[in-house]
Design a protein around this ligand. Sequence first.
Ligand code: HEM
Ligand SMILES: *[C@@H]1O[C@H](CO)[C@@H](O)[C@H](O)[C@H]1NC(C)=O
Length: 330
Amino acid sequence: MTSLGLVMFFLSCVIFQAFPVSSSNYAGLFPDLYQFSCPQANEIVMSVLEEAIAKDPRMAASLLRLHFHDCFVQGCDASILLDKSSAFKSEKDAVPNKNSLRGFEVIDEIKAKLEQVCPHTVSCADILALAARDSVVLSGGPYWEVPLGRRDSKTANFKKANINIPAPNSTIQNLISLFNRQGLTEEDLVALSGGHTIGMARCVSFKQRLYNQNRDNLPDATLEKTYYNALKSVCPTSGGDSNISPLDVGSPVRFDNTYFKLLLWGKGLLNSDEVLLSGNVKKTKELVKSYAEKEALFFHQFAKSMVKMGNISPLTELKDEIRKNCRRVN
Ligand code: HEM
Ligand SMILES: *[C@@H]1O[C@H](CO)[C@@H](O)[C@H](O)[C@H]1NC(C)=O
């Protein structure tokens, strides 16, 4: 950090202590951190995203997911962005991520522009949090203030990436316990699952539901018939594992509450989506119904839960670094 950056950092901390901003008073992070040290930060993130999403509308979904997969493994520390090295395996190669995560080039582009304008100031972990928020906004979803000041990890955790990130065939109990371990409630689980209102999944992520749901060579009985038939044509019994299908077949690039309506109609794509409704947990079932009915309620809770997820174990000590290149430690 430059000496000016250091001064600004402490100044920010002092201001923050003196005038705590109610809803953003989390974990030492604070939304205006770059107000003086990099006032252009928000603008730069937004301008790169506008172009990237115009070119590839799915990119919004891919970037939202990157932040989630970052935060669930040793906190929101940009560990997901590290390429493998002699010192550690990459989280990118873990089962939930390999041949699946996208958007690394867009993060690189944002980082390169930020390094030109305000070198060594905006962390890769904060870029992920801002890119997730802006992707939601650009897709028609809610806005929220992003608490900032996460620093970047010096290592990745391949094992935890395999353990902490829920599998698509998770039961409702798996989901609740994996979220609880991150300090997230059933309310957060249902709202954040609403992230599946945008984006795609590969056949391999939902095949079990089509052909062998309960190890009985039968489909998941909760699947609506015409939807089930359409999915079978995208995802045959054998092969086609990387064919993709929208998570929200009604409006795949629009951030809205259609995802929850589809669940009520038996048209959720993943088992982990379906079980929010059919998993016999009263709380999650009721939340699915409320969000299907009231989009504003979903938007409000989604924003709140994103801030909460974004505050999972951030690195905030000066000994932690701000990477120059998001793919490797300094
Ligand atoms: C609740 C547990 C969750 C499970 C089991 C889960 C699982 C999955 C799976 C299997 C895919 C498709 C991957 C592929 O086939 O390549 C996916 C995609 C996606 N997930 Fe989740 N997810 C969960 C929660 C979340 C959360 C909390 C968010 C963000 C708030 C999120 C955002 C997304 C997005 C946006 C995509 C589409 C990405 C793209 O099109 O590139 N998911 N998820
Ligand atoms: C989920 O899928 C994995 C990998 O295919 C499998 O080993 C596991 O048994 C499945 N879990 C359930 C609950 O079906």
